[in-house]
Structure formats: structure tokens, C-alpha cells
Design a protein around this ligand. Structure first.
Ligand code: AMP
Ligand code: ZN
Length: 483
């Protein structure tokens, strides 16, 4: 098995991934705060870590990963949305969680193994806050509990910031009850009518950062293998999570590897609700963009790089997906040698730039699949081309692409394990199955057209169209593509 290398934000370099227990790999990604529809930037971490989850299951086994992505269902923004609409915070949170699950589903994001809700874990948060007070790293002031940043000598080690920059970056309100401006809230009081829980410090609610530390501790253990989110979370959210977990556990780090995706921008600025330059996943789907096209667009830059969202990006992604479907459908013709050499690095991690295992170098994988598929021209061969094709198809399925159609076309053959991701089943055989069916239909239709039996020809075209497949008659024969 090739060594998986991942970039660790904490050490600022790529490292060979060594899980604590290869039989139970743990990954926690900070999920959405559910108070409005997710914009396409919010979908980037969901899609990126979904691909990583698929890769880990492929490398270590389908059951070897426990992937948790939380739902933040208590937050001031949720409370403000509830007040604005005159409904409960639960209603707002439940509505936007539903939208989130639907939208991510449309992008082919598999549900995580665990989707813990903050409001279901408040006792664990209270216990953790209590432990921090007992250890002398948190203090009570004015109905609040605060974490004392000065008490953690390693504070700042994740983001690599000095204290002055941290203060500026946190944009913390310097409240009078804080001993130090950089101290952050673990617990805050709620007034009547606000969501609140009973605690040793009065009725109140947890701060955001303690949420993830408590849920990780409760569900996954003291240290997770991978902790992820967008780059904006490095500071202060993850710095604070790391500090409080380290202090509560007597030094154990919260995560072995910290991973952060780059930001999506639209126009000159990062896409963000507060700037108003957002387009929601729901809007894009309503405009008729296929979820797979959006997914490929999100994966088209390396996950750590910024990505500019634009109409051209969407159009390029659509034509690339259409081309892949077309090329895979006529795979019978493979120029073996070129294809083999260019595909060989897709999963491996050799000397030269490679694919998945090189910190998820998906742009490289995409370019390689592109090149390989365009080599496969008119040449009759069989076994070797199958293995190449199967590699390309696997690479795409691991990326979560071409899966819907793959399932539709390949269902009878795929049956054994439709719910597992990765490489079960043999894509080579599956494609052959699909190809046989298309060839038969194509031949029947061509014969019908030659016999001027246009009714039959049209019926076959309509039948395929109903399945989302368009036939295209060209000078070199009939090809197909997805509608
Ligand atoms: P939120 O619901 O605001 O907590 O964000 C959910 C996730 O989306 C977090 O991991 C953020 O870092 C990430 N995120 C928010 N905006 C963007 C963006 N424009 N590009 C990429 N990731 C983003
Ligand atoms: Zn978090």
C-alpha cells in the first residue's frame, strides 16, 4: 500500500499519515452552523473531506473509519434568526439542517458516520468546563466561564501566531470581566427566553469552541487522527479547541493531523455571508447545474489553494464531465501504453507528483484521467485496457464522480455492495456491461434507421433520453453523453 501523505497545518509540512489505530481511524470535521442555506463555499470542506473519507476507506477498509461532522445548533446567529422570524431556535436549526443534508446529498457527499448535535452534548461540555476550572486554566467571572490563554504555554502553536496578532485576529470584544483580552468564553449566561441549560455557573449556554472539544472527547476519544475544516477555522476556533483539550487532558493533543481547505472566492473577495457575495448550493441546483458538475468544480483546485467561483468554472466542469461520460462509453478503443504510464501514479505516491496519496492532489488526478481517456482511441484490445479503464473509473468514483450514472447503468453488476465507496466491484466489468447494452441499442437503432424505420429509432432514442442519456450521431458513428 502506498504511503498517504497529508499536509499538517500544525507542523506546516506534508507528513506520512500514521493513524493511532489503523483499524479505527477517527476524523472530525467542523460542520455547519445551521441558520441559513449553505453557500457553495460552505460545501467545499464537506466535499473535500468526503473525498478524504472515501480514500481512507479505500486504503484501510470500509469499516476502518469513524467520520464525525457536527451540527452547530446553538449559536447567536441561530438565536437572531429565530427572533427575526418569531419561531424557536430548534425550528430554525432543524430547517437549515434539513436543507444542508439535502444540498450536500445533491453534491454526492455521503452522510458522515456521526453527526452530533451540540445541544445533545451540553452535559459533556459542562463536565469539560468543570475540569478546566479544576485544573486552574479557566475562571468564572460575571456569570461567564473563560479560558485563560496565559495558562497554556502552547497557545498559538497551531496557527503559529504571536499574541499581538492573535488579539487582532480574534477581533475579541474586550469585555471587562476578562482577565486578558485573548481569553475566550466557555460558558455564557442566557436571559429568559434564550435557550439555556442549568450549570454550576447558573443558567446559560456553551461557547462555540468548547462544543467540538467535548463532542470529540465523548464520541471519538482524547486524540483524533484528523481534524478538519476551512482555513478560517485555524484561528481562533481550532487554536482554542486545541488549547482547552490539551489542558483538560494533561497534554494530549486533540488531533494528530490538522487539515484546512482553502477559501472559495467570488469576485475579489472570499465568499461569505457577511460580505453578501454568496451563491447558495440550492440556487445553483435550481439553475439546473448537476450536483456532479458542482462537485467537480469544487475539486478542480487543490484543496489547500484558493478557488475562484465563476460561470466559466461551471461550464468547464460540465463539459469535462460530459466528455468523460462520452469517452468512458466508447472505451472499447484503448491505446494501452500511453494510458498505462500516465495512470500509474493515480493512487501511488512515488518520486514524481502523484495522485490521491500525495495530499489529495486531485487536480493531478483529473488531468491524468483527462489525458488517459483521450488516448483511448480506435484500437481493439481487451484485458489490459480493462485494467486501465478500471483504474480511471475507480479514480473518478473515489472522487465521488460519475457515481449516479454508474449506479444506474451498472446496478445489476454493482449489486453486491452498492453502499460502500471505493473499489468494490470491478469497474472494468461494469463498463463492459454498460457498453454492451449501448452497443446493442446503437446497432438496433442504426439498423432501424438504415431500414428507414424511424419509429423504432426514435423509440430507442427516447428510451435512453428518459434515462438521461443523449445519443449523438456524428461522422464516426453514434456516441452518447449524459443529458
Ligand atoms: P460555517 O457554517 O460558517 O461555520 O462554515 C462551515 C464550513 O465552511 C467551515 O469549515 C468554514 O471554514 C467553511 N467555509 C465557509 N466559507 C467558506 C468559503 N468561502 N470557502 C471555503 N470554505 C468556507
Ligand atoms: Zn469545531
Amino acid at each position: 500500500m502506498s504511503a498517504l501523505r497529508l499536509y499538517n497545518t500544525r507542523t506546516r509540512r506534508k507528513e506520512i499519515f500514521v493513524p493511532g489505530d489503523p483499524g479505527r481511524i477517527t476524523m472530525y470535521v467542523c460542520g455547519p452552523t445551521v441558520y441559513s442555506r449553505a453557500h457553495i463555499g460552505n460545501a467545499r470542506p464537506a466535499v473535500v473531506f468526503d473525498v478524504l473519507a472515501r480514500l481512507l476507506r479505500h486504503l484501510y477498509g470500509a469499516d476502518a473509519l469513524v467520520y464525525a461532522r457536527n451540527i452547530t445548533d446553538i449559536d447567536d446567529k441561530i438565536m437572531a434568526a429565530a427572533v427575526a422570524e418569531g419561531v424557536s431556535t430548534d425550528e430554525i436549526a432543524a430547517r437549515f439542517e434539513r436543507h444542508y443534508v439535502e444540498d450536500m446529498g445533491a453534491l454526492g457527499v455521503a452522510p458522515p458516520d456521526l453527526a452530533p448535535h451540540a445541544t445533545h452534548h451540553v452535559p459533556g461540555m459542562i463536565a469539560l468546563i468543570g475540569a478546566l476550572i479544576d485544573r486552574g486554566v479557566a475562571y468564572v467571572a460575571d456569570g461567564h466561564v473563560l479560558f485563560s490563554v496565559a495558562a497554556d504555554p502552547d497557545y498559538g502553536s497551531l496557527s503559529g501566531r504571536d499574541r499581538a496578532a492573535m488579539l487582532a485576529g480574534a477581533r475579541v470584544e474586550v469585555a471587562t470581566y476578562k482577565r486578558d483580552g485573548a481569553d475566550f468564553v466557555l460558558w455564557k449566561p442566557s436571559v429568559a427566553g434564550q435557550p439555556r441549560w442549568e450549570s454550576p455557573w447558573g443558567f446559560g449556554r456553551p461557547g462555540w469552541h468548547i462544543e467540538c472539544s467535548a463532542m470529540i472527547r465523548e464520541l471519538l476519544g482524547e486524540t483524533v487522527d484528523i481534524h478538519g475544516g476551512g482555513q478560517d477555522l485555524i484561528f481562533p476556533h481550532h487554536e482554542n479547541e486545541a488549547a482547552q483539550s490539551r489542558c483538560a487532558s494533561g497534554g494530549a493533543e486533540l488531533a494528530r493531523v490538522w487539515m484546512h481547505n482553502g477559501f472559495l472566492s467570488m469576485g475579489a473577495d472570499k465568499m461569505s455571508k457577511s460580505l453578501g457575495n454568496v451563491v447558495s448550493v440550492g440556487e445553483l441546483l435550481e439553475q439546473g447545474w448537476d450536483g456532479e458538475v458542482l462537485r467537480l468544480a469544487l475539486l478542480s483546485a487543490h484543496y489547500r489553494q484558493p478557488l475562484e467561483w465563476s460561470q466559466e468554472l461551471l461550464e468547464q466542469s460540465k463539459s469535462r464531465i460530459d466528455r468523460w461520460y462520452r469517452q468512458l462509453s466508447s472505451y472499447a478503443d484503448v491505446a494501452l501504453d500511453e494510458a498505462r504510464s500516465s495512470l500509474s501514479g493515480i493512487f501511488s505516491n512515488g518520486e514524481s507528483p502523484a495522485g490521491y496519496c500525495n495530499d489529495l492532489d486531485l487536480p493531478w488526478v483529473v488531468a491524468t484521467v483527462d489525458a488517459a481517456l483521450s488516448y483511448w482511441k480506435s484500437r481493439e484490445d481487451c484485458d489490459a485496457k480493462r485494467s486501465d479503464l478500471s483504474m480511471a473509473a475507480s479514480a473518478l468514483r473515489l472522487m465521488g464522480l460519475l457515481t449516479k450514472t454508474a449506479e444506474r447503468w451498472f446496478e445489476p453488476v454493482l449489486r453486491p455492495k452498492p453502499a460502500t465507496f471505493g473499489l468494490q466491484g470491478s469497474p472494468g466489468e461494469l463498463i463492459s456491461e454498460m457498453e454492451m447494452r449501448l452497443h446493442t441499442l446503437r446497432d438496433t437503432r442504426n439498423a432501424a434507421r438504415a431500414a428507414r424505420d424511424f419509429a423504432t429509432a426514435d423509440r430507442i432514442r427516447a428510451e435512453l433520453e428518459a434515462e438521461g442519456i443523449l445519443l449523438e450521431d456524428g461522422p464516426t458513428g453514434t456516441t452518447w453523453r449524459r443529458a
